[in-house]
Write a protein that binds this ligand. Structure first.
Ligand code: KIV
Ligand code: ZN
Length: 510
């Protein structure tokens, strides 16, 4: 029982983060990556919440065969039916029923008595059990619930058929000692607890999610719920990479193992950040760009002498490349493919062809192409998955004595060239207006950020754009050594995602 079940909820709680909007193909792509990473359970979504969410969970259930695929639902028959409908094609389906358990939630939100909630938990867990054996029950806001009542509702849920009981610190209020004690209390006071796995689900409002989760494991929990890069509601959830690497690095102290292939962590982190459009803070534990960078002279000196002086983890253990091999202008398709394989990317022939063209384009402008350049390039391929309009040409004139003007040519859905030009307050505004004149979909630009992805004067710049249409936010990214091109690519990426969503909604309605 020293193996910890890693329950990844990036696609459910992670996706609840404000500003996130993944489409079903993007969710599937993340699920594929999670399977490679070796997580035990993928919480694929909350099927009752929307048609698109339902379809994404269904798609993941059909394709991803090794991990358990879990669907979240409220404690009511309609939500449970919908969850089951979405995951019934999975090789290993799990229904996850949640219901508030704290007096604060009962009084102000549910307006129900403890007895009513207890009865509901019992009935709805039993109802879910009629579909499948693997049932998880979460008494929401458990860390603020009355202890005796919490023990009782857990006991009732297990009697009704729950095989996993998940203890959420829903509002990230607990502290490691307190949360550890809570789990210990459950182990000691719930009479039938040995019939279920204890899981924990910690939020990061006080920055304690990973610490609380570890304290829970030390006190009897054997499943931990977490997300890549710690994304999730508000301040997010416990970060998968932090939990897994803490267990691995401090095995001497904690004695727990996981089935995660840690060398896949970095790639999973980049993919999620890329698709969801949330940059990773540089000092983020494990996956931040500075996590393995050593700045001060004394640290660098120690590191050269022996890595262990200042490095508690080997960067290779999370999948960071140790290679010094640098590609350049003269590198051929074969070397490029080899490097991709070493970095763990397997592209289809079409993707490879496109990526190689982009590689050559960059190689014309940059002397040396590093692994970071290649990663930026592959990420670019991911971004062009659903393309209605393709950017063919962009040109901007600007300066202190000229009116910023952008000329844009796109290739439309029917393969026709469409060109237009516009003036703007600056180059970004001009590009935005010129593209809008062609595509003609009302939207508002809400965010524009630019950062350097690689080092040096010839660095690849990445632009992140957020647009809003009908109250939904869409993220777009574009990378290039030319920031004007990166801007146009990012805007096209966001627009294509908007169009793809609108097209899917139309299909659903017809
Ligand atoms: O934070 C929470 O309580 C949840 C539950 C649905 C498990 O996300
Ligand atoms: Zn949560």
């Amino acid at each position: 029982m020293d193996n910890i079940i890693i329950f990844d909820t990036t696609l459910r709680d992670g996706e609840q983060a404000a500003g996130s909007s993944l489409d079903s193909q993007e969710k599937l792509e993340i699920a594929r990556r999670l399977e490679k990473l070796g997580v035990d359970v993928i919480e694929a979504g909350f099927p009752i919440s929307s048609e698109g969410e339902f379809r994404a969970v269904q798609l993941i259930s059909k394709e991803i065969r090794r991990p358990i695929i879990c669907a979240l639902c409220h404690a009511n028959t309609e939500a449970i039916d919908r969850a089951w409908e979405a995951i019934k094609g999975a090789a290993h389906p799990r229904i996850h029923v949640f219901l508030s358990a704290s007096d604060i939630h009962l009084l102000y939100q549910l307006k129900k008595s403890r007895e009513e909630v207890l009865e509901k938990a019992k009935k709805m867990v039993a109802y879910a059990k009629s579909y499948t054996d693997d049932i998880e029950f979460s008494p929401m806001d458990a860390s603020r619930a009355n202890r005796t009542y919490l023990y009782h509702i857990i006991e009732v849920a297990i009697d009704a058929g729950a095989t996993t009981v998940n203890i959420p610190d829903t509002v990230g209020y607990s502290t490691p000692t307190e949360f550890g004690e809570l789990i210990k209390g459950i182990v000691l006071k719930v009479p039938n607890i040995e019939q279920a796995i204890i899981s924990v689900h910690c939020h990061n409002d006080l920055g304690l999610a990973a610490a609380n989760s570890l304290a829970a494991l030390c006190n009897g929990a054997r499943q931990v719920e977490c997300t890549i890069n710690g994304i999730g509601e508000r301040a997010g959830n416990a970060a998968l990479e932090e939990i897994v690497m803490a267990l691995k690095t401090r095995y001497d102290l904690l004695h727990f193992t996981t089935g995660v292939d840690t060398t896949q962590i970095y790639k999973a982190s980049r993919l999620v950040s890329d698709l969801i459009g949330f940059p990773i803070q540089p000092n983020k534990a494990i996956v931040g760009t500075n996590a393995f960078s050593h700045q001060s002279g004394i640290h660098q000196d120690g590191l050269i002498k022996k890595a262990i002086t200042y490095e508690i983890m080997d960067p290779k253990s999370i999948g960071l490349s140790s290679s010094n091999l640098v590609l350049g202008k003269s590198s051929g398709r074969h070397a490029f493919r080899e490097r991709l394989a070493e970095l763990g990317y397997t592209l289809s022939e079409t993707e490879l062809k496109q990526a190689f063209l982009s590689f050559k384009e960059i190689a014309d402008k940059k002397k040396e192409i590093t692994d970071r350049d290649i990663e930026a390039l592959v990420a670019e391929e991911h971004r062009t998955a659903v393309v209605t309009y393709h950017l063919d040409h962009v040109e901007v004139t600007c300066g202190n004595h000229s009116l910023p003007t952008a000329t844009v040519r796109l290739i439309g859905p029917d393969g026709k060239y469409l060109a237009d030009a516009a003036l703007g307050t600056g180059p970004v505004d001009a590009i935005y207006k010129a593209i809008n004149r062609i595509v003609g979909i009302p939207n508002k630009l809400t965010e524009f950020t630019i950062k350097s992805l690689t080092e040096g004067i010839d660095a690849i710049g990445e632009v992140l754009i957020k647009i809003e249409s009908d109250g939904i936010s869409y993220t777009g990214r574009g990378a290039s050594t030319d920031i004007v091109v990166a801007t146009a690519k990012a805007y096209m990426n966001a627009l294509n995602r908007l169009l793809s969503k609108k097209n899917t909604n139309k299909e659903d309605a017809s």
